[in-house]
Design a binder for this molecule. Sequence first.
Ligand code: NAD
Ligand code: AKB
Length: 343
Amino acid sequence: MRKPVILITGANGEIGHGLIEHLHNPDEHSVVALDLKPIDERLQAMCQACIGGDILDDFLMGRLVSEYEIHAIYHLAALLSTRAEYTPETAHSVNVEGTLKLIKLAVEQARWHGHRVKFLFPSSIAAYGLPDVETKARAGRVKETDWNFPQTMYGCNKLYCEHLGRYYTYHYRQLAAEQTRSGVDFRAIRFPGLISAVTMPSGGTSDYAPEMIHAAAKGLPYACFVGPEARIPFMAMPDGIKALLALAAAPEEKLSQRVYNVGAFSPTAAEIRSLVCEAFPKADITFNPDRARARIIDSWPADVNDDPARRDWGWQPDYDAGRAFREYLVPTISRYYREAARG
Ligand code: NAD
Ligand code: AKB
């Protein structure tokens, strides 16, 4: 008998690191981790299998169907917003065609084992697009249905994949003679910029916040690529993981929608700098805005309305900015670099 497993794609990334630790529960299910890059050694022990490969590889997808009974998929693999702007067509392939392949895999799995497959998708505030900073200031906390005009390839990819997930959940093959559901139970969160104390981001546009903190902890100077007034929502990584797991666990009848905002705190870049300087008084942080990247940040909302997540599945962040710095980021990052320096 094949054991029920949870598949995590992009498992070696920032979210994957935190998620594997939380999903690792051999009594209930096993984790199969997939990434282009080798999975960190520390995480390998927590997974039934670690597969190095590309989500665009059809042969690999076929192998997954034949070897595992997959009951849930956390589809994290993606090219993030800045990287996607350098290779938009590749980003489209990975972010959209890759997601479609994983959804098709979920459909096939559901057919084989007869249970619905939960499909957890980390969307992004990049799905929004506000035309200018005046409109952004007026818009305030945006709702999921507001301002869906992304200005990046990554944002377009995320928005479209949300629609794909909704289609497969409710409308798949609606003209077929025999009406059957696809077997996919798609759920998405539009994450703000996530800040992890144990991994460094790469390829994103919200990266200035974590880069500022990690540079200060390492005693390195940092020139921030957005101006001091730039404001978008952020979240400490433990809250990001908590949100994904809470949405996955929510009873389906409680879900009034398939895509949810989640909020935590929403500082300007200058406010992040102040918090970093409080924690690391020798921090050397300056502002040297890159016009194009700053424009992307200006097109993302200053804050999000997460009332539906709070109402439907009890979302509440544990960390505001102060607590995130005091109790998570500063102690964990300091310890991390102290230990790294000792070797
Ligand atoms: P990350 O870049 O750290 O991890 C992504 C992982 O996907 C990497 O390990 C990469 O090797 C892997 N990958 C990329 N292309 C692949 C392919 N073709 N096949 C297999 N693996 C591939 O990103 P993250 O921060 O962990 O983000 C995970 C997900 O969450 C992404 O979908 C991202 O868009 C989304 N998200 C992240 C944030 C954030 O601030 N970190 C915010 C909103 C949404
Ligand atoms: C990025 O900047 O691309 C991500 C995100 C907010 O989706 N961190």
